[in-house]
Every structure is written in C-alpha cells, then in structure tokens.
Design a binder for this molecule. Structure first.
Ligand SMILES: Nc1ncnc2c1ncn2[C@@H]1O[C@H](COP(=O)(O)OP(=O)(O)OP(=O)(O)O)[C@@H](O)[C@H]1O
Length: 230
C-alpha cells in the first residue's frame, strides 16, 4: 500500500441521488495508486451509484470528489477519461460486431492486451458478440487496460461468471494495481475479492458503515457477512 501518495480518487462528505431522492450520504473514501480497494455491501446499498458518481456520470448534490488531487465535481466523464479514469459498468463495454483482435486494435492495445487472458487469445478471430459471458468480461477488462488507465472503477466484476473466470479476472486486477494503477472494485464474492485487495469499505443504505484492511475482513468473513452483507 502507498499510504503517503496522493489518492487517485477521493470523496469527501459526498452526497448524491436520483432527482430529489437522496441515495449516498457523507461518503468519505480514498484509493491510492497501487491499491485494490473493495467496495462491499448488500443489494441496494449504493455501490453502483457511488462508482457512477466517482466516474462522473452523476453530479454530487454536496461534498467533493477529487481526482489525482484536484477537485473534479464539474469535470465531465470524457475529461476524466482523458486523465486516466476507466469505468467498467455492469453492462459490458465491448464492441459486439468486432472480433477480439479488431476490438483491441481499435483501442490501440498492444500484443500484451491479448496475452492477459489465454482464453481470449484462443478466440482472437471471434466476434465479441459470440463470446461467452466470461470471455466478454475478459475482453472488457483487456480493453479498459489497453487504454493504460491510472484509475480503474469496476462494478460487479464477475456477476454471473464461473469461479475460475472470476479468479482470473481478480488476479489481473491485482497485477494491474501492482503496476501502480488505483482500483476500486465492486464484487459480490467477498472472499475472492478480499484475498486480492488491500482494503475494503462496507456500504449500507447509502453510507460507508465500516472500513478496514482486507486481512482484517478475511479473518472474520462470517462476521462481515452476518453484520453487513445479509
Ligand atoms: N436510476 C435510478 N433512479 C432512482 N433510484 C435509483 C436508480 N438507480 C438506483 N436507485 C436506487 O438507489 C439505491 C442504491 O442503488 P445502487 O444500484 O447504487 O445499489 P448497489 O449497492 O449497487 O446495489 P446492487 O448490488 O443491487 O446493484 C437503491 O435504493 C436504488 O433503488
């Protein structure tokens, strides 16, 4: 962990919602370069809303988001993207009509992009639309990484995917952070994500109700589930 460095992203007293309906309240968090930080919480806790607000798709109603040390509440998504923010939402951002190889070429991904996932390399001439869900998510991650992000915001990394695919995706996420990228990731399987994460925040009803090191949570997974995730 790089506790001394400027956070890639930071929220201070952040609130956001939909129309007049408040969802997020007083969110304080920071993710530093080199860290994998897990965002845990039951359905409806506000994880997606938080990621989308951090990515710039929703404007905070109060509080502040700082990107690489600079206030960014009014910075639009495309400028955040240019600064190195990559957002992987629940819907997979792939190009259905292109093959794996064409997709990676489009985002100027080098050969290493495809080598990330051997399963994908074997499918390089297949159209993305015809890949399995797991292969599509590998492609979405490879496309996100090909843009050399400095901050990755990932929602529901492995929803509906096989355990082996989940492990492969999470290993890649960990390796990405080890190269200096900051990662904030929502993942249903707490054990799987915590075993690669540095820290975790737990959300409930729009608030961060707890936080700690991944090793602390891993040592008490049952307590975590009983207190917060059920
Ligand atoms: N487009 C929307 N309009 C109005 N309310 C919304 C909208 N999207 C989400 N909400 C509400 O915001 C709250 C938080 O939802 P959000 O999707 O952020 O939670 P989540 O933790 O990501 O849950 P899940 O794991 O089910 O995706 C919920 O009460 C939800 O009903």
């Amino acid at each position: 962990m790089h506790s001394g460095s400027t956070p890639a992203i930071e929220a201070r007293g952040l609130a956001a919602g939909y129309g007049r309906v408040p969802v997020l309240r007083d969110i304080n968090l920071a993710v530093r370069p080199g860290e994998v930080v897990a965002l845990l919480g039951p359905n409806g806790a506000g994880k997606t809303t938080l990621l989308r607000t951090l990515a710039g798709y929703r404007r905070p109603t109060s509080g502040e988001v700082r990107l690489f040390g600079e206030p960014c509440n009014r910075v639009p998504v495309h400028r955040r993207c240019r600064q190195g923010v990559s957002f992987m939402g629940e819907e997979r951002h792939i190009f259905p009509g292109l093959t794996v190889r064409q997709s990676l070429r489009l985002v100027r991904g080098g050969p290493e992009s495809i080598e990330l996932f051997p399963a994908l390399a074997r499918r390089s001439r297949h159209r993305a639309a015809l890949l399995s869900g797991g292969e599509q998510q590998m492609l979405a991650l490879a496309l996100a990484l090909a843009r050399a992000p400095r901050l990755l915001l990932i929602d529901e990394l492995s929803l509906g995917l096989a355990p082996l695919v989940r492990e492969r995706l999470l290993d890649t996420v960990r390796a990405t952070a080890d190269r200096g990228v900051a990662v904030l990731v929502v993942e249903q399987n707490a054990r799987a994500v915590l075993s690669r994460a540095d820290r975790a925040y737990v959300m409930r009803r729009g608030e961060i109700v707890d936080e700690g090191t991944a090793s602390r949570w891993l040592a008490d997974l049952d307590g975590l589930a009983a207190r917060y995730l059920s």
